[in-house]
Design a protein around this ligand. Structure first.
Ligand code: BV8
Length: 239
C-alpha cells in the first residue's frame, strides 16, 4: 500500500543554507558572534541607531545575492513536484535560496533581506541595493521611514495565520537546519505533533526542541534531505 501525505510542512533555518556558504547564527563563526543581537536585530536597536542596523543588513546583501541553492533546497522542488499543492515551506531564513531553487509556497516568517517596509504606509520595496535613512518610499514618498523587512526580536512574525492553518492540518512535519531556540518557530513542531503529524528533524546534532521529533537524521542536509525525499517519493509511488 503506497504511503502518502496530504499536508507536508517543511520548516527551515540557517543550517539549510550552510552548504551554500552562508554563515548560520549560533555556530562557532556565526553571525551573532561578531554582533550583539541587541545591537542589530531588535526594534529598539533600529530606533536607537537605524544607520548601524541598515549597514548590517546592506553589508549582507551582496553575499546573499551571489549565493546558490544547494541539494537540500533543490530536492524540495522535486518533493513539491511529486506532491503537488501539498508541500509548504516555512522558512526562518531571510535569504532567497528556496526561490532560487524553484521552491514555491515559501513563507518567510522572519522576513527577507531583499525587501524593505515603509513604516509610514506599509509598502514593501523589493531591493538588493542599499536601504538607508535617506531612502524614500516609492509609494507614499515619505523619507526616512524605510526599515529592512526583517522581523526583529520583539516583533510579530509574518504569515502567522497561514502557518497556523498549515500546522493544524499537517500530517508530516520536517525541520531542517534550525537550532530550535527562537520562538514561536521553535514551537511549531509541538503544534504539528499535537495535531497528529509525523515529525522529522534534520540537523548535524541534537537541538533544543528535539523531544518533539519522532525521528532524527543527523548529517549535512545537502546529503540527508535528498535521500529522504527520494524515499518519500518511492514510498508514495504505486508498485
Ligand atoms: C515574537 C532576524 C511576539 C534577524 C531573527 C517564548 C519563549 C522565549 C522567548 C520568546 C518566546 N516568544 C517570543 C520570545 C522572544 C524571542 C525569542 O524567541 N527569543 C529567544 C532567542 C529566546 N522571539 C521573538 O522576539 C519573535 N517575535 O515572538 O513576537 C512578541 C512580540 C513582542 C514581545 C514578545 C513576543 C521574533 C523572532 C524572530 C527574530 N529574528 N532574525 C536576521 O535574520 O538577521 S531570529 C534568527 O534566529 C534568524 O531569523 C534565524 O533564522 C533564527 C533561528 O536561527 P536558526 O535558523 O535556527 O540558526 P542557528 O544558527 O541558531 O542554527 C542553525 C542550525 O543548523 C544548528 O542547529 C546547526 O546544527 C544546523 N546546521 C548547520 N549546518 C547544517 C545544519 N543542519 C543541517 N545541515 C547542515 N549543513
Amino acid at each position: 500500500m503506497p504511503k502518502t501525505y496530504s499536508n507536508i510542512v517543511v520548516l527551515t533555518g540557517a543550517g539549510i543554507s550552510a552548504e551554500s556558504g552562508l554563515a548560520t547564527f549560533r555556530s562557532a563563526n556565526g553571525l551573532w558572534n561578531n554582533h550583539r543581537v541587541e545591537d542589530v536585530a531588535t526594534i529598539e536597536a533600529f530606533q536607537r541607531n537605524p544607520e548601524y542596523v541598515h549597514d548590517f543588513y546592506n553589508e549582507m546583501k551582496p553575499e546573499l545575492l551571489r549565493a546558490k541553492p544547494n541539494p537540500a533546497h533543490l530536492c524540495l522542488t522535486k518533493l513539491q513536484q511529486a506532491f503537488p499543492n501539498r508541500v509548504s515551506i516555512v522558512t526562518q531564513n531571510v535569504d532567497t535560496l528556496h526561490e532560487k531553487a524553484g521552491n514555491t509556497n515559501v513563507y518567510h516568517i522572519h522576513g527577507q533581506i531583499n525587501q524593505a517596509v515603509c513604516l509610514n504606509c506599509g509598502h514593501i520595496l523589493e531591493s538588493w541595493g542599499d536601504i538607508t535613512t535617506e531612502t524614500n518610499c516609492p509609494h507614499c514618498e515619505a523619507v526616512g521611514f524605510m526599515k529592512p523587512n526583517i522581523v526583529f526580536f520583539g516583533e510579530n512574525l509574518l504569515y502567522m495565520d497561514k502557518v497556523d492553518s498549515l500546522l493544524q492540518n499537517c500530517d508530516l512535519f520536517i525541520s531542517v537546519g534550525t537550532s530550535g531556540v527562537v520562538f514561536p518557530a521553535a514551537a511549531f513542531v509541538q503544534i504539528a505533533k499535537q495535531n497528529g503529524a509525523e515529525t522529522w528533524e534534520f540537523n548535524l546534532e541534537n537541538t533544543s526542541n528535539n523531544y518533539y521529533f519522532d525521528h532524527h537524521i543527523f548529517g549535512p542536509a545537502g546529503t540527508t534531505l535528498p535521500r529522504f525525499v527520494d524515499g518519500l517519493i518511492t514510498e508514495a509511488s504505486p508498485d
